[in-house]
Design a protein around this ligand. Structure first.
Ligand code: SF4
Length: 96
C-alpha cells in the first residue's frame, strides 16, 4: 500500500465513522430544547436540566418521572417535554 492510498484509506475510515455517528447526534438533538415553549425552557433552566448527567447513576432513565423511553429520548412528567435518557435535573427521584 502506498502512502497516498493509505492516506485515502484513513480518510475513508474517518468518513465512515463520522457517518455512523450522525444518527446518534440527530437522536440527541431531538431531545434538545427545539420546539419548547418559553415556560418549558424556563423549567429546564430552573431545575438545572443537564445532558449528559454528571452522575451516571442518576439519569433520567432511572428517574420515576421518566416514561416511554424510545431511542434514547423519553417524556418527563415534571418538565412536560422530551428529555434525554442520559440527562438529569434537580427533581430526579429514583425509580422504585
Ligand atoms: S424529573 Fe428531571 S431527572 Fe427526572 S426525568 Fe425529568 S428531567 Fe429527568
Amino acid at each position: 500500500m502506498t502512502a497516498l492510498s493509505r492516506r485515502n484509506a484513513l480518510r475513508l475510515a474517518v468518513a465512515i465513522a463520522a457517518g455512523s455517528a450522525a444518527p446518534a447526534r440527530a437522536q440527541k438533538a431531538s431531545c434538545e430544547a427545539d420546539g419548547l415553549t418559553p415556560t418549558q425552557q424556563a423549567q429546564r433552566s430552573s431545575l438545572h436540566y443537564t445532558d449528559p448527567a454528571p452522575n451516571k447513576a442518576a439519569t433520567c432513565s432511572a428517574c420515576a418521572f421518566f416514561s416511554e423511553p424510545a431511542g434514547g429520548c423519553g417524556k418527563c412528567q415534571i418538565l412536560g417535554s422530551a428529555v434525554s435518557a442520559g440527562a438529569h435535573c434537580d427533581s430526579w427521584s429514583k425509580r422504585s
